[in-house]
Design a protein around this ligand. Sequence first.
Ligand code: SF4
Length: 78
Amino acid sequence: PYVIAEPCIDVMDKSCVEECPVDCIYEGERKLYINPKECIDCGACEPVCPVEAISQDRRVAPEHVDFVEDNRRFFIEV
Ligand code: SF4
C-alpha cells in the first residue's frame, strides 16, 4: 500500500483524498492516513500531494520508514 509520512503533519492539504478512487485516505488529528487494507496501490495520490508526503511503502524514504507502521496502527486503534 501507499503511506503518508511526516510532511503531511499539520498540512493536510487533502488533494489526495479527492484523487483516491477507493476513498481509503482518512483524517487524523494532525495528518492523513492511508488504510493499508483498502489501498489498491493505484498511485493516483502520490503526484497530487503538494508536500510529497506520499509514497509506496516499499519505496518510502529511510527517514520515513516509521510512518509505514504509523499508517497501519491508525486503523487498528480506531
Ligand atoms: Fe488511494 Fe490509490 Fe493512493 Fe492507495 S495508491 S491511497 S488506492 S489513491
